[in-house]
Design a protein around this ligand. Structure first.
Ligand code: RIB
Ligand code: CA
Length: 342
């Protein structure tokens, strides 16, 4: 027990866990997903597990500006899929910036290109014409099953899809997003980066009435890789694992420059794995609303799990929020995924 008994306590009201409401795929019946991403160091590992997991069918990837400029994110997504041997997966480019407000970037963490100093081979599959929303519409309409959307960057493309094509809502099985936090933020003390980068889009998504799982910092800050894990990836056969080790090394070097501990939260892969592994992440029901104003709490995801307040105000919870994860199991799932990739 540490000297200060509060160490390790959550910095927020941690609601009691409840059964997940989101769908989960199986190898016999893979869940169709569309990954909306801003690669991005941790996005690269999320794309890898989306390709590798037999419980998921990656229908397509759409890019959004966030960690880096959208053209870099698009190019990175295409090159990563090529690296992973997934040239069959279509990629389309999405929004460069938010629906409203300033352009936010995280290049100080991910590097100007979005993938640190790593240079990947050219992709062979051409970019899909028509842009991200058109690809999402095409894939959702063509899918015999409702599709799970997995946004792991700013929610701009998702908001545009929901506002532009409301008739597709019945064919959206789930929005399992990486973003937000019931506790503190990372872009600011209040806001997590993906929400902070486009709070108006996030407001639209959380108010949509669609089934949502918020995989926020509350759980992703427990989904970390450290120096010993880097060695594990570096020792794996295959170019994909070597690239993962390079990306981790870049992240650790940046952390060291800032006098921080050498670790990296693999945020986005948690959202993907939640749809493949039924009991990896513990969730609880919250009502989450987003602060879209321009004050110091801009982009905060305000989570309320108080039965008393929700009943008093005649409100209901609108999403599952990830609160717990088995870190060791998470790391093993990442390693196992990379063992299967070229
Ligand atoms: O706050 C973490 C999120 O912001 C992750 O999706 C990471 O890739 C960055 O986009
Ligand atoms: Ca991301």
């Amino acid at each position: 027990m540490s000297a200060d008994p509060r160490i390790g306590w959550p910095t927020f009201y941690a609601a009691k866990l409840s059964p997940r409401r989101s769908p989960v795929g199986t190898a016999a019946k893979p869940l169709p997903i569309i990954l909306d991403t801003d690669p991005g160091l941790d996005d690269a590992l999320a794309i890898a597990v989306a390709v590798a997991r037999p419980e998921l069918k990656l229908l397509g990837v759409t890019s959004v500006g966030g960690n880096a400029d959208v053209h870099h994110c698009t190019d990175n997504a295409r090159r990563l899929l090529h690296l992973y041997g997934a040239d069959d997966v279509p990629v389309a480019e999405g929004a460069a910036g938010p629906l409203s407000g300033p352009l936010e970037r995280a290049t100080e963490i991910h590097g100007e290109s979005g993938l640190g100093a790593t240079k990947l081979a050219e992709a062979t599959r051409p970019l899909e014409p028509g842009g991200a929303v058109a690809l999402m519409v095409r894939l959702i309409e063509a899918s015999p099953e409702p599709v799970a959307l997995v946004p792991v960057g700013p929610l701009t493309n998702i908001a545009m899809l929901l506002r532009g094509f409301p008739h597709l809502a019945p064919k959206i099985a789930e929005i399992c997003l990486m973003g937000g936090s019931v506790g503190e933020g990372n872009a600011t003390a209040s806001a997590e980066f993906n929400i902070y980068a486009d709070p108006v889009a996030a407001e639209i998504v959380f108010a949509s009435g669609l089934p949502i799982t918020m995989i926020g910092l509350d759980v992703t800050h427990h989904a970390t890789l450290g120096a010993d894990d880097l060695a594990t990836f570096a020792a794996l056969p295959g170019a994909s694992a070597k690239v993962a080790a390079e990306l981790l090394a870049f992240a650790f070097a940046r952390a060291k420059e800032w006098g921080q501990h050498e670790w990296m939260a693999i945020h986005d892969a948690v959202a993907v794995l939640h749809l493949a592994i039924p009991d990896l992440v513990g969730v609880a029901r919250y009502r989450v609303v987003v602060d879209g104003t321009n004050g110091p709490a801009r982009g905060r995801t305000i989570g309320d799990a108080s039965d008393y307040r929700l009943k008093r105000d005649r409100l209901e919870a609108n999403c599952d929020v990830g609160l717990t994860i088995d870190r060791e199991r998470f790391v093993q799932l990442l390693v196992d995924a990379y063992r299967t990739l070229p």
